[in-house]
Design a protein around this ligand. Structure first.
Ligand SMILES: *Cc1c(COP(=O)(O)O)cnc(C)c1O
Length: 471
């Protein structure tokens, strides 16, 4: 008999102990990295020996070698990009997911994982008030959620044009127009590339200061080339402004022209789960497909995004996979009929745990708390002399810019000053912010999406910015 205790106990205990130490130290550790590429390569490039290394030693050495090369996104003072922390229940469920080692490709391989995903899909549709008949897929992130949704769109639009895209491919197919604000996330463009739709077919329409597509510009674009298959690419939560497209005006307009409406809600779909922010998403439920992430605002571990498609038939037709060696279940849900992957992590467990730990009110509270802290950060940093507030948060995203105090300083000088202050904040390590170029100007982005962030973190971050400015 295998002695499971002696095989697993030591490496798992080491991992458990070290994980707790890591989480405990987050509060005093730099929020950014404290080592460099050369050091990491030197440390990690150990010889791949012929004889192997005991598991416990592997894990201990790995933990030692990565030190300083981990970004503090699990902590409360990380405001770069849109990167959330991890909720305790989600982390524990993720550990169990590894222990259980299920291949969540289909029901027969991993029955419990299939059922958990079914329930998660149902819960999420409810939280976001999406049409109950919508199908869904738990994918690696919004990138693959875009691919999944736009594959369904491609199927539906070309089927209407009498073209079987799964069988014939795109050679000779009618071109699909893609109408966007020009502020769509790069993952949308990449999905368009992967699906063979061609980024040349994306038309950037006029947008407002919040990166929202102008309804008038859309109306005009829809009226030209009337009859051509069209996908309208909308956003719930722009990465810079957190702006939401005006769904109530835009969605019915797109409908009248038989366009497919796709919503990138990687960040902002969560606004629909909060009474305070829900109004931003009004009319969004009339779209055809929606994307969001679990690993951002829901605070699950990475490898967690969600795709929803109103036309379940189109979704399934674009993804379904049948093979004689597989055991399909007619009653249960086989994930590979909805997902672009085959073998896959049972990522539903972590989402299930996160949703249950928070509950409906906890989710709303997480969203609202992040919005509150984002406003407090922008107000606190914006009140420092020499700071210009560029964007006050609509949800959890804001922007500031640091001004060169010299007489006659130009916008380019302010760009330089902004870079300098951001670098000084990074070097200090007390807080982490990212930069962006917005309307041609360098800005510091302030993005709050961790359940860990509290008032103390906000005060410490504002103080850190003041110090970095040389005060
Ligand atoms: C992060 C993000 C994405 C990409 O999501 P991944 O999970 O990283 O693939 C897409 N759109 C927006 C608006 C985002 O913020």
């Amino acid at each position: 008999m295998k002695n499971v205790e002696s095989i697993f106990q030591k490496p798992l205990e080491t991992a458990f102990k070290e994980a707790l130490t890591y989480l405990r130290n987050l509060d005093s550790m730099p929020a950014g990295v404290s080592t460099d590429l050369k050091t990491l390569r030197q440390r990690l490039d150990r010889p791949l020996t012929p004889e192997g290394v005991p598991a416990e030693q592997v894990i201990s050495e790995l933990i030692h070698d990565v030190e300083g090369g981990l970004i503090g996104s699990a902590g409360g003072r990380f405001f770069g990009w849109v990167i959330g922390g991890t909720l305790p229940a989600a982390m524990a469920a993720d550990w169990m997911t590894s222990a259980w080692d299920q291949n969540a490709g289909l029901y027969a391989c991993a029955p419990a994982a299939a059922v958990v995903e079914e329930i998660v899909g149902f819960w999420l549709k409810g939280l976001f008030s999406l049409p109950p008949e919508s199908s869904f897929a738990l994918v690696t992130g919004s990138q693959m959620a875009h691919v999944t949704c736009l594959a369904a769109a491609r199927h539906a639009l070309l089927e209407r044009a009498g073209w079987d895209v799964e069988r014939k491919g795109l050679f000779g197919a009618p071109a699909i127009r893609l109408l966007a604000s020009g502020h769509q996330h790069g993952t949308v463009d990449r999905a368009v590339r992967l699906l063979g739709l061609g980024t040349e077919h994306i038309e950037s329409l006029e947008s407002d200061i919040a990166s929202r597509m102008l309804p008038g510009a859309l109306e005009k674009a829809l009226e030209s080339h009337s009859g051509a298959p069209v996908i309208v690419l909308l956003q719930a939560g722009d990465i810079n402004t957190g702006g939401f497209d005006q769904f109530e005006q835009i969605v019915p307009m797109a409908r009248r022209h038989n366009a497919w409406v796709h919503v990138d809600g990687a960040i902002g779909l969560w606004a629909a789960a909060s009474p305070r922010y829900r109004h931003q998403t009004l009319g969004m439920e009339g779209a055809d497909s929606w994307v969001t992430d679990g690993h951002k605002w829901l605070n699950t571990p990475y490898d967690c995004g969600f795709a929803f498609v109103k036309d379940a038939g189109a979704h399934r037709a674009s993804m379904s996979h049948r093979a004689s060696y597989l055991t399909h279940d007619e009653d249960a849900r086989d994930q590979l009929d909805w997902n672009p992957e085959w073998s896959r992590r049972a990522r539903g467990f972590a989402t299930y745990a996160a949703l249950r730990q928070l509950g409906r009110e906890g989710i709303a509270d997480l969203v609202e708390r992040c919005g509150h802290h984002a406003r407090a950060l922008v107000a606190g940093i914006g009140a420092l002399p020499g700071v210009r507030i560029m964007w006050k948060p609509i949800i959890n995203q804001g922007m500031v810019r640091f001004l060169d105090p010299r007489q006659g300083a130009t916008e380019e000088d302010h760009d330089r000053r902004t870079e300098e202050v951001m670098a000084a904040i990074q070097a200090q390590g007390e807080a982490f912010f990212g930069g962006t170029t917005w309307h041609g100007r360098r800005c510091m982005r302030i993005s709050v999406s961790s359940w860990m962030t509290d008032d103390d973190d906000v005060a410490r971050a504002v103080a850190a910015v003041r110090r970095a400015m040389g005060d």
